[in-house]
Structures are given as structure tokens and as C-alpha cells.
Design a protein around this ligand. Structure first.
Ligand SMILES: *Cc1c(COP(=O)(O)O)cnc(C)c1O
Length: 385
């Protein structure tokens, strides 16, 4: 087969080797504990599952959906944004359904990038911030997030020639993988930067509802001028333990939404209406299960942070997300430490370098396992250090 050069440019899949080793160990009967994936371990709340059961039984939902999304879904997203963030959205022009944020991240690159165009993407960051631009024929440029700046990019340090070539920028707060949150005027700077340089800002909002210690995360669109600067991707995956359902939304700048819609009419045929109606229900009915889940994650977070402290690894307890970003002990690289932990402790933690060059020196611990399993994993690590 003669595959496209584009495929050669895709970043290597860094977890392939880890997955191979895990499979080998499991086959040999080893009790492997995975703190690797960012996939909620508790089920979708029962009231949402029951609504889906009702919707799926309705033949009206069995046809091709309209690509633009049901009014009911777009209205529910607008209602949620108004009540949760105080953000006004026009459901006609400023809301668009996505089959999960991931496809939105990949596809929107085709709306903006031609050969030679740059996409700035948080580093460490969600791997599609680099893969999407490559597929679209553009050039991903990492935007380093450093601990001393609270894992926010230093916009002023981006070289002028890169700024000139950049047409889009991906960031995400509360942040995967670092757990960093926004508590200052960074979004204001980002809006100003995007508008001054005509760079579309894309805020990948996957974790605004997963927060701790009373911290309430903002939407990027709360920032004055944000709708002129870009859009936000909202995902139901982490909020309602719906990762497998594939549902999210693009919200904000109407011109960008229109362009994304036009692109996607050529890619997919919209979202299953039963799912749109269930998502609308999830966003506008009780949010109590979300708070209960956050309490569970917060307990797990405290367990991890406390145990790491006993080992002599200091981490700031994150105020959001389902991850702890852990500096590796002296003398280890990210990959070396992850490898040691897998070989000696049978615990899977992804190396930070898998999320971009600035992730070197860290591993990511996911809070998506029951407390006793997390405790067991940390005990094993403690015994081997
Ligand atoms: C989980 C995650 C996503 C993916 O969301 P889906 O809606 O399930 O595709 C996107 N971005 C970040 C940063 C994530 O952690």
C-alpha cells in the first residue's frame, strides 16, 4: 500500500510499548493496576441511562439526524452555559454538537490550516493538539507549560515568526495533564493575544465541572471579547461519566461554528438523536451526581498527595481534573520511572513525555481507580523506592 506522507508526520504512539508490556504481564497472571487512563471508573448516573432507554425506544429517533443538531440539544447547551457560567449563547448560531471533543479538535484544524500554517498547542497537552494539525497539513508548534508559571503558557515568549504563521491555538483548563486551573487574568491575556494576532483561540473545556476545595472553574467564554477571539469545546465525557457515549459541543464564535458545520457535513451525518435528547436532559436536570463524583475524586486525590508526601515527593494538590502530575525522583527520566514502576510494581503510570516535550520529568497519575487499588499501587511504589 502507498500511504500518504501525512501519515508519516503523525506523532508516534508513545503508549504502544507500555500497552504491549501490560498485556504480557496480565497474560502471565500479574495483578496490574492501571493509573494510566483518563476514563472515569464509575458508571453514568442512573437517571441519564434511564432517559437514554426511553429515547432509544422512540422510532422518531431512529432516522438520520440533522447535521446542525437538534434545537433541543442546542438550547440545552445554551441554558447550561447561562446558568453555570453566566454566558449568553445563541442556540441558532453559537452552538454545534460534536461526537466528543476529540473529533472537534482534529477536524477544526482543517478549517484553519494550509501548508506552512502553524497551530500552537499546550505542551504537555492532549495528543490531538499535535496530531490534528499534522493530519490537516499544518505544523503543530508546542506551547510550553512550565510549573513556575502555574502551567500557563508565556505568550510573550513565542517567537514573532511563529506568531505570524499561527492561525489557531489550543489550551485546556482545568488542565490535563498538569491539574492546573485558572485563578488569574490569563484568559484576558489570551483573548487579547488572539484578537491582536488574528489567531483563533480554542479552549478545550473537558474538566470545568471536575473541581475540588470549593474552586469553581470558569468557561473561557466568560472572558470579555472571548467570542470574537474563538470558541470552546465542551464535553460531557468527564462531567457525567459518559466517555463512551461520544458527546460534546462547540460553542462561541458564530463564524467558526459555521465553518466547522460546513466541514462536518462532509465528514459525518450528525449525532444520534436519542443521544442528543439524553444529553440535553443530562445538562438541564440534577447536577447532584457530579458533585458526589467530585467528592470521590477529592478523597482519592488526598490519598495520592498524602502518600506521595510520605515518599518524599511533594505535589500541590490540584483543584481540578482527575490527574496528579508528579515530578519523578532524581536520577529518573519520565520514561525510566514509568518503566521501573511497571516492571517492579506492576503499576501503569504514563510518562509525562508522552504529552509533549515539556512533560519530561513528570508522570501522570489518574484518579480513576477505586481507593483501595490506588492505595495498593502507591504502597507498591513506596516499597520499591
Ligand atoms: C478527555 C479529554 C478530551 C476528550 O473528550 P471527548 O469529548 O471524550 O472526546 C478532550 N480534551 C481533553 C484535555 C481531555 O482530557
Amino acid at each position: 500500500m502507498r500511504f500518504s506522507h501525512r501519515m508519516d508526520g503523525l506523532p508516534p504512539y508513545l503508549f504502544a510499548e507500555i500497552e504491549r508490556k501490560v498485556a504480557e504481564k496480565k497474560k502471565a497472571g500479574v495483578d496490574v493496576i492501571s493509573l494510566g487512563i483518563g476514563d472515569p471508573d464509575t458508571p453514568t448516573p442512573a437517571h441519564i441511562v434511564e432517559e437514554m432507554q426511553r429515547q432509544i425506544a422512540d422510532p422518531a429517533n431512529h432516522r438520520y439526524p440533522n447535521n446542525r443538531g437538534l434545537d433541543e440539544f442546542r438550547q440545552a447547551v445554551a441554558t447550561f452555559y447561562k446558568s453555570r457560567f453566566g454566558v449568553d449563547l445563541d442556540p441558532e448560531t453559537e452552538v454545534f454538537p460534536l461526537l466528543g471533543s476529540k473529533e472537534g479538535i482534529a477536524h477544526i484544524c482543517f478549517n484553519f490550516l494550509d501548508a506552512g500554517d502553524v497551530c500552537l498547542g499546550a505542551d504537555p497537552g492532549y495528543p490531538v493538539y499535535a496530531g490534528g494539525p499534522v493530519l490537516a497539513g499544518g505544523e503543530p508548534v508546542p506551547l510550553p507549560l512550565r510549573p513556575e508559571l502555574g502551567f500557563q503558557p508565556d505568550l510573550a515568549s513565542i517567537p514573532d515568526d511563529i506568531v505570524k504563521r499561527a492561525k489557531m491555538l489550543f489550551v485546556n483548563y482545568p488542565n490535563n495533564p498538569t491539574g492546573a486551573v485558572i485563578e488569574n487574568d490569563f484568559f484576558e491575556h489570551l483573548v487579547e493575544f488572539g484578537r491582536r494576532n488574528d489567531i483563533c483561540i480554542i479552549h478545550d473545556n473537558a474538566y470545568s465541572e471536575i473541581t475540588f476545595d470549593g474552586y469553581v472553574a470558569p468557561s473561557f467564554l466568560e472572558t470579555p471579547g472571548a467570542k470574537e477571539a474563538g470558541i470552546e469545546f465542551y464535553s460531557l465525557s468527564k462531567t457525567y461519566n459518559m466517555t463512551g457515549w461520544r458527546i460534546g459541543a462547540a460553542v462561541g464564535n458564530a463564524e467558526v461554528i459555521e465553518s466547522l458545520w460546513r466541514l462536518k457535513t462532509n465528514v459525518d451525518s450528525g449525532m444520534f438523536q436519542a443521544l442528543q435528547r439524553t444529553a440535553a436532559f443530562a445538562m438541564t436536570s440534577t447536577q447532584k451526581p457530579v458533585r458526589e463524583m467530585c467528592a470521590i475524586y477529592q478523597r482519592r486525590r488526598d490519598l495520592v498527595v498524602g502518600t506521595l508526601r510520605e515518599i518524599g515527593i511533594e505535589v500541590t494538590p490540584p483543584k481540578g481534573t482527575i490527574y496528579i502530575w508528579v515530578p519523578v525522583p532524581d536520577g529518573y527520566t519520565s520514561a525510566g520511572f514509568a518503566d521501573m514502576v511497571l516492571e517492579k510494581c506492576a503499576v501503569v503510570v504514563p510518562p509525562g513525555s508522552g504529552y509533549g516535550p515539556s512533560g519530561e520529568g513528570f508522570v501522570r497519575i489518574s484518579l480513576t481507580a477505586p481507593e483501595d487499588r490506588i492505595a495498593e499501587a502507591l504502597d507498591r511504589i513506596k516499597d520499591n523506592l
